[in-house]
Design a binder for this molecule. Structure first.
Ligand SMILES: Nc1ncnc2c1ncn2[C@@H]1O[C@H](COP(=O)(O)OP(=O)(O)OP(=O)(O)O)[C@@H](O)[C@H]1O
Length: 295
């Protein structure tokens, strides 16, 4: 059976002071399906505060939607049996913007890889485990001898991100949920990271939900795109079609806001953020206690 992740009418509300009704609708009636076969890249693009990370958290089971369903292979992820849950945890892997939050600064980076080997029983001997770790580090263009034995602060942001990709490579999940994974990386390392994701799709059949505010990254990845604004997915389709023939005014606005390298054509347009002020949004976010994702 083809593995699937399906969102059906997902709505996420948060309590927020100073808003109409005392709550904020971060995601409204979101529905889409990700399928493991054929492997695909689907991007979710929208401005800051549009609800992208909330959808990622819903898909990863870190946030239970106020309404609607998140289904894994047709079953509600919040009601999986033990065996189904284990399968889901192995096959739906996150990659976040800042992997620094996931590494424990007191342990060498090896630990995150060895934990995956042990937790998911990937090797029966230490030698086999090490061979697997080294193979996966090489698959993400890292030299094992330059990474193993180091502490997180001794690696660059791009190297830390790729250690997380090495972990994904070891697990071979059906799905990667990548939430702004390249927004802290420079252009060259960003391209390297995106190429690795495309390799994973082509060579290992991994399907990625790629969350970003950056249309040029979406364009590079290809595949399908969903455009989200104010919690609502307003447009979706193949990247080429959406980019060249956008049908929703918001998509047109996003496209118009891409800076032009032509000095005679300066970037002057601003994108208006939604009706909540930035301060209110920041306050609403602060009011909640962020959970540290456990992987
Ligand atoms: N736990 C929470 N409690 C209250 N409000 C929240 C919570 N999480 C998110 N929000 C609010 O929901 C809205 C959507 O936030 P979300 O983080 O999903 O947006 P985003 O598109 O990922 O933005 P960014 O790109 O800046 O991360 C924002 O207005 C945010 O302040």
């Amino acid at each position: 059976m083809t593995k699937t992740i399906e969102l059906k009418g997902v709505q996420q509300r948060f309590h927020a002071r100073g808003t109409a009704g005392g709550y904020l609708t971060a995601v409204d009636d979101a529905s889409f399906t990700l399928s493991a076969e054929p492997a695909q890249v689907t991007s979710l693009v929208g401005q800051s505060g549009s609800g992208k990370s909330t959808i990622a958290r819903n898909v990863l089971g870190l946030q239970k939607p106020t309404a609607g369903d998140v289904l894994y292979n047709g079953k509600d992820i919040f009601q999986l049996s033990r065996a189904e849950y284990d399968d889901y945890r192995r096959n739906v892997q996150p990659v976040f913007q800042d992997p620094y939050a996931i590494f424990n600064p007191f342990y060498r980076v090896d630990r995150v890889l060895w934990k995956a080997v042990k937790k998911f029983g990937l090797a029966s001997t230490r030698e086999a485990g090490l061979a697997l770790i080294e193979e996966s580090l090489r698959a993400v263009k890292l030299e094992p001898e330059r990474v193993l034995g180091r502490y997180p602060h001794q690696l660059s942001g791009g190297q830390r991100q790729r250690v997380m990709l090495a972990r994904v490579h070891m697990l071979r999940p059906a799905f990667i949920i990548a939430d702004e994974p390249v927004s802290m990386l420079d252009a060259q390392v960003r391209k390297l990271f995106l190429d690795i994701l495309l390799d994973f799709q082509r060579d290992h059949g991994m399907t990625t939900l790629f969350i970003t505010h950056d249309l040029s990254t979406v364009y590079y990845l290809g595949g399908d795109v969903m455009v989200i604004t104010k919690g609502v997915i307003v447009e979706r389709g193949p990247v080429d079609t959406v980019m060249h023939e956008p049908s929703h005014p918001y998509t047109k606005l996003l496209l118009d806001s891409i800076p032009q390298p032509d000095p005679d054509q300066r970037w002057t347009d601003r994108i208006e953020v939604d009706e909540l002020g930035e301060e209110e949004k920041a306050e609403a976010k602060l009011a909640s206690t962020p959970e540290t994702p456990v992987i």
